[in-house]
Design a protein around this ligand. Structure first.
Ligand SMILES: Nc1ncnc2c1ncn2[C@@H]1O[C@H](COP(=O)(O)OP(=O)(O)O)[C@@H](O)[C@H]1O
Ligand SMILES: [Mg+2]
Length: 253
């Protein structure tokens, strides 16, 4: 499979804080690639740099083999990169359809075309029955779908999903998984930041682990979840050894 996105040794500093530290990742065309890591690891910051909302302090980003490091956000969107925002803020005064159309205007400047595209995307993400409602009436799960729809309406090649399952209950998560799978089946490559491990395991072909700005592990989801470095990053120093000792100690440990 060819590489759609390549992040090469990206560092992002905010003053004295190194939010992303020399991180390199590759996202294969057609894949669902996961990006996991503890809170504050730099996952959202890396998305911000990939989508061009903030410049990298150093390093480069290539999309379809082309260096896009200096490209402004709007041109990256036109090239085919869309992201969702972890903090979902729909336009409360607009309908669900109009909110989705905000994304669709990128490729459909005529209002009627954008609204028609928004309609189709709304149905695709399960918001078909709510298109005429005000966005402010949506539940948390509805707002997450709307955020997904807004990004999808730009007709991306690469979709960056930042915790679209956060705040959802287990049945809402189960309902959302096939929506994400169908997007990939439709030809969109996905890079997903997610804390819900069950979702990461079943959705992702491969996973990168970020901790304190650095990529500390990468590979198939099952391998990565067993990696002692990953366990330590989540649970603290010595956690992997304690878990091994417990496993060796049998049922009473
Ligand atoms: N705009 C910003 N200005 C200053 N510090 C920031 C900014 N954005 C993120 N950070 C800091 O960078 C680190 C990584 O944050 P973030 O990328 O949001 O992590 P994650 O998404 O993995 O939880 C945190 O310490 C955070 O406080
Ligand atoms: Mg984040």
């Amino acid at each position: 499979m060819s590489t759609l996105l390549a992040v090469n040794a990206v560092t992002k500093r905010f003053g004295g804080l190194v939010a992303v530290d020399n991180a390199s990742i590759e996202v294969a065309q057609g894949s669902i690639t996961g990006l996991i890591g503890p809170n504050g690891a730099g996952k959202t910051t890396l998305f911000t740099v990939i989508a061009g909302f903030e410049p990298a302090t150093s390093g480069s980003v290539a999309f379809e083999g082309r260096d896009i490091t200096a490209l402004p956000t709007h041109e990256r969107a036109i090239a085919g990169i869309a992201r969702t925002f972890q903090i979902v803020q729909p336009f409360a005064g607009l309908s669900v359809r109009e909110n989705i159309a905000v994304g669709a205007f990128l490729r459909h400047p005529a209002r009627a075309d954008a609204l028609a595209k928004a309609d189709a995307i709304g149905h695709q993400v399960g918001l078909g029955a709510m298109l005429d409602q005000s966005a402010s009436q949506l539940t948390v799960a509805g707002r997450k779908r709307l955020e997904l729809a807004r990004a999808l309406a730009t007709e991306p090649k690469l979709l960056l999903l930042d915790e679209v399952l956060a705040g959802l209950n287990p049945s809402e998560i189960r309902d959302m998984m096939p929506v994400v799978q169908a997007i990939r089946a439709g030809g969109v490559t996905i890079l997903i930041v997610e804390h819900v491990m069950q979702a990461v395991m079943s959705l992702c072909d491969s996973v990168y682990v970020l901790a304190q700005g650095r990529i500390i592990a990468a590979g198939a989801p099952g391998e990565v979840a067993r990696d002692p470095r990953v366990i330590e990053a989540y649970l603290g120093h010595g956690a992997a050894a304690r878990m091994q000792a417990q496993a060796a100690g049998g049922a009473h440990a």
